[in-house]
Write a protein that binds this ligand. Structure first.
Ligand code: SF4
Length: 280
């Protein structure tokens, strides 16, 4: 369903921007052997370490990496985790059933019971059903066009080695479809969400030496009243976004290498999972 003509059209519109603003060849991941892609140190950072700028001074990262604190898992974080696992479960399940020779309706029947973590929550259960039907619906539409039933053209929880960029060897991209990076989000949109697309694009380019120019931020909303809904944000992973990611990476490396503990800001988000540590 994340490959519907609507979404693909939106991404295609970005290609016009790409033609007018091509990516600086020195900002491709395969240029990992020299700056600015080459890191100052290889600390095995995750993309989320760099891209999740929820803490304005990056104290969260300091506490995790230098002081060994684990964040308090909030309801929203847990929710996000369940939704990510649910999407992976559905896509893998649909692919498995289709490859086993099941018809789309049989696939829906086999997968109609959601995993335990979802079944007890009405909104998650509703999301599960809508996603399952939409994903199998895409398979059916494809079969009408192509004459054969094939699994959805998407790989979820895709692993890539980002070590050439100073990132972890086991990065995990939410999904890749048609060469487009897909990131699922359950919180409110934030501009820095684009950074994770740049991080994964650079890592994929460093590893496979093929260009990755586009990403999709998929916001999954579960209102208290009403049906779940999804909105998309297609992103061109341009030179300035790449530079922004590399700058954030380098600042974090400097902070960690120079032992520069950040100062707590005057105010912090009320839902920060480190609040109890920083404000005790
Ligand atoms: S409480 Fe404030 S300083 Fe501490 S991690 Fe959260 S946002 Fe950062």
């Amino acid at each position: 369903m994340f490959t519907t003509p609507y979404v693909l059209r939106a991404l295609k519109a970005l290609s016009i921007r790409a033609a007018n603003d091509p990516i600086d060849p020195l900002l491709r991941g395969w240029e990992w052997h020299h700056p600015p892609i080459k890191p100052r140190a290889y600390l095995g950072l995750s993309v989320s370490d760099i891209a999740s700028k929820y803490c304005p001074v990056r104290m969260d990262l300091w506490l995790r990496r230098k002081e060994g604190f684990k964040p308090r898992v909030s309801m929203e974080m847990n929710h996000g985790l369940i939704v990510h696992k649910m999407i992976d479960y559905i896509y893998r399940g649909v692919a498995r059933e289709i490859l086993d020779g099941k018809e789309p309706f049989e696939t829906i029947e086999s997968l109609k019971d959601p995993p335990e973590s979802v079944a007890g929550d009405e909104r998650l259960r509703q999301l599960y059903e809508l996603l399952l039907i939409s994903i199998v619906g895409t398979v059916m539409a494809e079969s009408l066009l192509n004459g054969g039933i094939i699994p959805p053209p998407i790989i979820t929880e895709y692993r890539v080695d980002g070590s050439r960029l100073g990132l972890s060897t086991g990065l995990r991209v939410d999904a890749i479809s048609h060469g487009v990076i897909v990131e699922f989000k359950t919180g409110s949109p934030r501009d820095f969400h684009r950074l994770s697309l740049a991080g994964y694009a650079l890592a994929l380019e460093s590893y496979y030496e093929i260009p990755v120019d586009y990403g999709l931020l998929v916001y999954i909303r579960l209102p208290d009243n009403g049906r779940p809904y999804i909105h998309y944000k297609p992103i061109y992973i341009d030179s300035s976004l790449r530079k922004w990611f590399l700058m954030e990476r380098d600042e974090i490396i400097d902070m960690l290498l120079n032992d520069e503990k950040p100062q707590r800001p005057a105010s912090c988000p009320a839902n920060c999972p480190y609040r109890e540590v920083c404000w005790k």
